[in-house]
Design a protein around this ligand. Structure first.
Ligand code: ZN
Length: 247
């Protein structure tokens, strides 16, 4: 059964910044959607300026994994949409959080920490070391891969200790960063992935595409059929049966 992915993008930089338009003429969301479709997933997109930010009940009801890219307008995302997305994650929907979406409302909600970090934008080299070689997210990669020019993200990254740490990055300027990390929240799985600054062609790079393709598979509900059934009706936990307790 094919996994249904929704790629959410703020989609503002691509409209207002020429340098970003040149790299992503169709928008970051469509660039990501394209390689995920080629990998065999069922992929839709949603953006901030659509009604309900494109995340209507119908769209959410048809999403197994949500990918989130945002940067300049995190504050414009409505809290009631964040509430709905959070609820779905707790019920099993996967969430992949990209780059500057470390400051998105949904990521901060799911983490419960500030999610702040250090950054510098001079296009330096980034080497991502694999710290979990047996993890499904790094399938097909070597010991490390490099992004030739990126924005540096450095520690301290104010996140809860990851349940699984997938990548540690080195940057040319000397900083390090937890570039790939996983958490479990309720039945849901969350993956944060640092690469993706909007003025560099990072989502065209094959290793980055490989990681995101793998991450969709990992983040998807374990029982996709059961998850979809459960999402059709509001979920109420059943009370436990009474048992006799011997004196
Ligand atoms: Zn950036």
């Amino acid at each position: 059964m094919s996994i249904r992915v929704t790629v959410w993008n703020e989609f503002r930089h691509e409209k207002s910044h020429k340098a970003v338009q040149e790299v992503y003429p169709d928008g970051i969301h469509n660039t990501i959607a394209k390689f995920l479709k080629a990998a065999g997933y069922e992929v839709g997109t949603a953006t901030l300026d659509e009604p309900e930010h494109g995340l209507t009940d119908e769209v959410l009801a048809n999403t197994d994994v949500l990918i989130w890219w945002g940067h300049m307008a995190h504050g414009e995302v409505k809290d009631e949409i964040v509430d709905k997305v959070q609820q779905r994650i707790l019920n099993g929907m996967g969430l992949i959080v990209l780059h500057s979406a470390h400051f998105s409302k949904i990521f901060r909600r799911m983490m419960g920490t500030a999610c702040s970090l250090k950054w510098r934008e001079i296009g330096e080299r980034n080497r991502l070391w694999v710290t979990a070689p047996g993890h499904p997210i790094v399938e097909g990669l070597g010991e490390y891969f490099e992004i030739p020019h990126t924005e540096m993200y450095g520690e301290f990254f104010d996140i809860p200790q990851p349940d699984e740490l997938i990548f540690i990055s080195w940057f040319q300027g000397g900083e390090v960063f937890r570039s790939g990390a996983c958490w479990y929240r309720g039945r849901g799985k969350i993956f944060y992935f640092q690469p993706g600054h909007e003025t560099f062609p990072i989502y065209y790079q094959k290793e980055v595409q490989q990681v995101l393709t793998n991450a969709v598979q990992w983040c998807a509900p374990v029982n996709v059929v059961g998850f979809r059934e459960m999402m059709k009706a509001p979920h109420h936990p059943e009370p436990l049966e009474k048992v006799e307790i011997e004196a």
